[in-house]
Design a protein around this ligand. Sequence first.
Ligand code: TTP
Ligand code: CA
Ligand code: CA
Length: 734
Amino acid sequence: MSSPGASFVSSSLSRTSPRRTPKSQFTYKHLAQLKSYSTTTPLRVIAHVDLDAFYAQCETVRLGLDPSKPLAVQQWQGLIAINYPARAYGLSRHVTSTEAMKVCPELILQHVATWKEGDEKWAYHDEAFKHIATHKVSLDPYRKESRRILKCIKEALPEKEQRVEKASIDEVFMDLGAQVHGVLMERYPDLRGPSPYDDPSEYLPRPPTTVLDWAADAVVGTGEEDGEDIDPDWDDVCMVIASEIVRDVRKHIFEQLGYTCSAGVSRNKMLAKLGSAHKKPNAQTIVRHRAVHHFLSEFKFTKIRMLGGKLGDEVVAMFGTDTVKELLEQPLEQLKKLGDDTGSWLYSTIRGEDNSEVNPRTQIKSMLSAKSFRPAINSFEQGVRWLRIFVADIFSRCVEEGVLENKRRPRTINLHHRQGSQTRSRQSPIPQGKPLSEAMLFDLAKNLLAQVVVDGRAWPCINLSLSVGGFEDGITNNKGIGGFLVRGEEAKAMLSSGRLGMGSSEPPTKKRKREKGNIQSFFGARDGQRKDFDAARAVLKAHRESTREDEDEDRDMEDGDESDAFEPLPQDDTYPSIRIARPSTPPPNRQDAIDDPYRATTPPSAQPPIIPNIPPSHQHPQNIPPADPPPPYKPPLHQETLDTFFCPRCNAHLPWLEKAEHEDFHFAMDLSKEMRQEEKNGGASTSSGAGAGTSRRKTPVGQKPGRGRGRPPGGGGGSGSAKGQAKLAFGRQV
Ligand code: TTP
Ligand code: CA
Ligand code: CA
């Protein structure tokens, strides 16, 4: 099918056109469109680059090993990446590590890095495969390499003429239109002038060459005897230039970082991707216009994007074939049996049409951290321990996304819980008016798990996953929001020293370690489902109180409208407090009520009223922005209800679904008031501010230590607890 090293090629788009025509098949307009990355110009050139045996190469490079030695990356007992020397032994992802060693005794097996509970960071552990029950895989090392490679690719391209889309951890698409256009203008000055008669639909002159040098590329043939007899046109010239660029990019990656990759070059993303997989490793494949038909007919359509799953199965069942060749025989009307749109899409896809653009937005939309449990986990305590790891994992990735500098920030947090075949999902908005911290995410995550537990039938759980989504660019020019932030390097330094994070006055890692013991002592006294249920309810109560505290803080901010004033966080015995500026404008969560794009989808009259003094998590769930669902399973859609109940204490109508939770909320508030009353009467041993660490740890569940300023939930005067302590009061015991 391919003709590597072809040095004489000729072309025209039309198979019926004469062998030599004075004019090109392409117009001045087509050429101009190339420069502006048009998705419809027939001169379009797209490349897809995919790293060879990516994780395996990461390990080879990291360990400084000889790349010709067989190596596989192990995850528990399975293999997830196998380098090409190991593939020569017939090894694939389907064999276990034990079987692989039998087939290839000299195989180097490297286990992926893992997070071990209580550890500050992931690490490469000896015999990690034995710890499936207590460790979680970390892909951080590969993500890091992925970022270095992306940077390297961008360096190899002209800054102003690059359009690169990161397609996965080891793949990118590049629209080479602008760069190729620039090279054409340099090499073929005749193309530079305006079109004759200033008419862009005029045809271009033909290329002044009948010979193109494809170097060592795999050039896919046409499958026809006279397929190469037609002279090259500008589409072929564009492909040659693109293949030179891609060769340079691959060379740069290898020279700078030591990785080999394969590439496909063609007129669109679909063909470029199929091309990059065509010849591996360390090769590049060119699929010219004239070769598309032949190239695709050799494929099973189930290899094409979107046709690998259910839709592909449906097509196979309906037409009794899985080959493109046979499906090409079906007229459009027949394909439309799948539905008009799907039929039309399929008809053009198997003919090599794909107008999707290369999207340079390399930013991610969501982050997921998950774990399947074998054996299943059976308690809230165990679940919370895993949540710690998930949160640490996600937060470190958030930091790399620039959350500390407010470059980007997630809006929602989602928990998915699987018990047997049942998946439960809970979602909550992430408060936007304060710096994102690991402690904040952990608090939210724990609360979501507690909701699942309190709903019942949570155990045994075989899979837990936590994700944050709805990433948005930070509003960096808003002085009010900016005032909350500790910026750039300062913030990172604080993070590494453990000083950053509202609601937490000690490093999350330290907390993790200490809390592990406390979890055990807290749960040790009672047993069975009851203790699990109680623990979850207690978390819900503590969370509600702390959310309420935050609401109070927000009000404080609005009231005390001093700009550039500083308010110290509660101090810890070990770590100095950080100072956070108070905003002079309303905090962003208030702003959101006006600007939230998701609200725009619901007419204002249909929205339930915002009820003052009720934490946001208790108010109309309709306004929670949807997040990207994590890959393994689809979360059910968020339930909405219009049924309400009247709460005489709030003097407000609230959704029925939240009745029980709402009553709990009042219960917690009452409890908290009672305890504060006891404190006032001299019974409590807590104190606020610096040096309160020890006594805080003694605070019973549900009880909040007092604070010097602020107001109790529900407004009014009196004493409350300092910000963050409400969370810590329980957090330190769980
Ligand atoms: P791939 O690009 O699909 O495979 P690869 O890079 O290992 O090999 P190839 O040379 O054929 O491109 O996946 C990239 C990485 O993603 C891979 O190195 C490991 C990981 N991966 C998994 O962990 N599980 C999987 O099932 C697949 C397909 C990939
Ligand atoms: Ca790959
Ligand atoms: Ca890949």
